[in-house]
Design a protein around this ligand. Structure first.
Ligand code: AMP
Ligand code: MG
Length: 496
């Protein structure tokens, strides 16, 4: 028998933290597990033999049907603010950490099954995930990673025959999520609100030891780590905004203390640009609309800082002062990062005072005509800088032509002001930051439909494309197109 996982070096540090943080629990076996897709590139990075990915042993282990030798399966405790409301206990209700391994470079990775059955934190739910949401999460992690945006990823997608009751009866699937850590803001919030502040430090030290080694042992390590979380969150929001990514459920239990994109549910990439777009059908008030994400990121950081006040100083007033200082870093870091990104998206290299106005006018005209977000930037790259140059590539296609005609001369003047008139060089620069291929809902939907029929071929094709999102791929042009009319109003909700 092949031993595909022999090279894995386990170091289950989270399990060693003890029962206050997690409960040992084995996955529930999946009926008739079948591998729909395995991520060979990620497997190689983890030191797994890619040849073993299709073995029976691999399928059984990553379906949760056979223990992972050396692993320490457990579900962790967390809580969180959901849609602004405090929920005192959540936890891994359907995710089971199989174990933590070290790769050849010494980095630690969580191998976590999602949809692996009930845990002590399942409350009244079934611990399962359906095929559709599993395919969406599997694809999204890879899409984000290859866009250059920090994210959890996934090693495997396995489907089974277990019926799962949602609005209709669907089938179960299990993905193996891979991330340096799945620890959330909510892992800290739970102890603060339960009145167990002594449990904060061991968890914070675990995160710092593993993921912020430069801070190990420093007397002010908690403040420095939390400042880093605030800044990473601000930068992550800037990255999301710049590619038109909408998370959909930015509850504090879905926020990573490493600044990773975490928990893909009813997310979406913008098609037609509506600044107030709400991707989650269940988000009736639009709390997590596209243009609110940066403010919500800030609010979520304030919740984390509130929960970690006991780590900052024994004197409460002093702790609050420190926390406020850390939170103040969010605005400037977000502003600088996002402005740099928008500037690059417009082909500008230098920073000028009125850049924000130029950027906002372009976004407004896209919003006004509901132009396709991704393709508008891509088409702008092909517009020459010279006055009178042929702007048809974008102009003929934009709904809000008048606003564009008013904006175009100013953009051109701005390019000339920084000697940005080498059109080919500028186009190459712009295309390196403006993706051509993003994971649009209708593309994910096609992969889901194939997966429901038992085929992983469309997932493979889509991943091949999304691994090179900035490249022209003429053979895959159709995957860059706007959604067909009948797929424009696909809805996604919290049900998964
Ligand atoms: P989510 O909205 O997916 O981020 O999940 C919020 C909380 O509900 C987390 O504690 C999940 O573990 C839990 N949860 C969601 N779906 C299920 C399910 N089918 N079974 C058990 N727990 C679930
Ligand atoms: Mg979640």
């Amino acid at each position: 028998m092949i031993q595909p996982l022999e090279p894995l070096r386990f170091d289950n540090r989270l399990a060693a933290l003890g029962e206050a943080y997690a409960t040992r629990v084995a996955p529930t076996p999946l009926r008739e597990p079948r591998l729909l897709h395995a991520n060979a590139a990620l497997a190689a990075q983890l030191g797994l033999d890619p040849g073993a990915l299709h073995s029976q042993a691999f399928v059984e282990i990553f379906a949760g049907n056979r223990p992972l030798p050396g692993g320490a399966p457990l579900a962790t405790l967390y809580a969180g603010h959901q849609f602004g409301v405090w929920v005192p206990q959540l936890g891994d209700g359907r995710a089971i950490l199989l174990g933590q391994i070290r790769d050849a470079a010494g980095a630690s990775w969580d191998l976590q099954l999602k949809g692996a059955g009930r845990t002590p934190y399942s409350r009244f739910a079934d611990g399962r995930a359906v095929i559709r949401s599993s395919v969406r999460e599997y694809l999204a992690g890879e899409a984000m990673h290859h866009l250059g945006i920090p994210s959890t990823r996934a090693l495997s997608l396995i489907v089974g025959d277990d019926p799962v009751h949602r609005e209709t009866i669907e089938r179960a699937a299990v993905i193996c999520r891979v991330a340096p850590s799945h620890i959330r803001f909510g892992h800290f919030e739970v102890f603060y609100y339960r009145g167990q502040p002594e449990r904060l430090a061991p968890l914070a030290d675990h995160v710092i030891d593993e993921h912020f080694p430069a801070l190990r042992g420093a007397p002010d390590r908690y403040a420095r780590w939390l400042g880093e979380v605030v800044e990473r969150t601000a930068r992550l929001m800037a990255q999301w905004q710049s590619v038109g990514f909408c998370h959909g459920v930015m509850n504090t239990d879905n926020m990573s203390v490493l600044g990773l994109t975490l928990d893909y549910g009813p997310y979406g990439f913008l098609d037609a640009f509506d600044a107030h777009h709400i991707c989650n059908h269940s988000d009736e008030g639009g709390r997590y609309a596209y243009d609110r994400q940066p403010a919500i990121g800030y609010w979520n950081c304030s919740r984390l800082l509130q929960a970690t006040l006991p780590l900052l100083d024994d004197d409460e007033n002093r702790a609050v002062e420190i926390a406020e200082g850390l939170l103040e870093r969010y605005g400037p870091v977000y502003g600088e990062t996002v402005t740099a990104r928008w500037r690059a998206k417009l082909g500008l290299r230098e920073a000028r005072d009125d850049d924000a106005a130029l950027i906002n006018r372009f976004l407004s005209l896209l919003h006004q005509g509901r132009a396709d977000f991704t393709l508008s930037f891509r088409r702008l790259a092909a517009v020459p800088a010279a006055d009178g140059g042929d702007a048809a590539a974008l102009r003929d296609w934009l709904p809000a032509v008048e606003a564009f005609d008013a904006w175009l001369p100013d953009w051109r003047a701005r390019l000339r002001a920084e000697d940005g008139t080498d059109d080919a060089a500028r186009a190459a620069r712009m295309n390196a930051v403006n993706p051509k291929y993003v994971l649009r809902n209708h593309l994910a939907q096609r992969a889901i439909e194939a997966a429901e029929r038992g085929s992983g071929a469309e997932i493979e094709r889509l991943l091949t494309i999304l691994r090179r999102p900035y490249d022209e791929q003429p053979e895959h042009e159709a995957y860059a197109a706007e959604p067909p009319a009948d797929a424009r109003h696909l809805t996604v909700s919290c049900s998964s």
